[in-house]
Ligand binder design. Structure first.
Ligand SMILES: [Zn+2]
Length: 207
């Protein structure tokens, strides 16, 4: 059984959003195109409280892009984004959400960030996504979304660690690229962990 994981296809990560991923809007059409090829589709949503510790605005003197600490881990300071129940946290307009079997919120704890759809960054709490996929006899996960060098990478690495055969739909991803080369390094790291990288045209039809 295969499943598709759509990572953080939310307004604030589009080029017009609060934490814009360059050309992030281009992946929506890819998501819509491959969805019919999957019997099970889940989506993650970055879903922060307003007092979230990843927001530079919640740390006096900090600016977005700086490196600080949160929950004992290095933490990039981000602009305020994806605050729960705000427009910025909603799915991107144009995304066909009709076939989503499950939506997995993450980053809900103000004291810990969660790039991965499976665990927080400290691997202290699970979101339930891993159990959900196993309960549906999923063996293979395909994923695409935003951003390649943060939440997509973390989700893919955790999927591998949990034992899923993991496939990255590369043209369905865009990255932040805070430092030049971040996207290429993220893809290399995923490959090294056993993630198979493919194009959307190579995603097999539903079986
Ligand atoms: Zn976030």
């Amino acid at each position: 059984m295969k499943a598709l994981i759509l990572v953080d296809l939310q307004n604030d990560f589009l080029p017009t959003g609060a934490l814009p991923v360059p050309r992030g809007d281009e992946v929506i059409v890819v998501a819509n195109r491959v969805m019919p090829r999957f019997p099970l589709i889940v989506a993650t949503q970055d879903w922060h409280p307003a007092n979230h510790g990843s927001f530079a605005a919640n740390h006096p003197g900090r600016k977005p892009g700086e490196l600080a600490e949160l929950g004992g881990l290095p933490q990039v300071m981000w602009p305020v984004h994806c605050v729960a129940h705000t427009n910025g946290a909603e799915f991107a307009p144009g995304l066909d959400t009709r076939h989503l079997a499950e939506v997995v919120p993450k980053g809900t704890d103000p004291a810990m960030d969660s790039y991965s759809g499976f665990f927080d960054n400290g691997h202290r709490k699970a979101t339930g996504l891993g159990d959900y996929l196993r309960a549906h006899s999923v063996t293979d996960v395909y994923m695409l979304g935003l951003a390649t060098d943060y939440c997509v990478k973390a989700t893919a690495l955790d999927a591998r660690q949990l034992g899923f055969a993991t496939h990255l739909v590369l043209d369905g991803c865009r990255g932040v690229e805070l430092a030049p080369g971040d996207i290429d390094r993220a893809v290399a790291e995923m490959r090294a962990a056993g993630v198979r990288v493919l194009g959307s045209d190579e995603v097999p039809a539903a079986n």
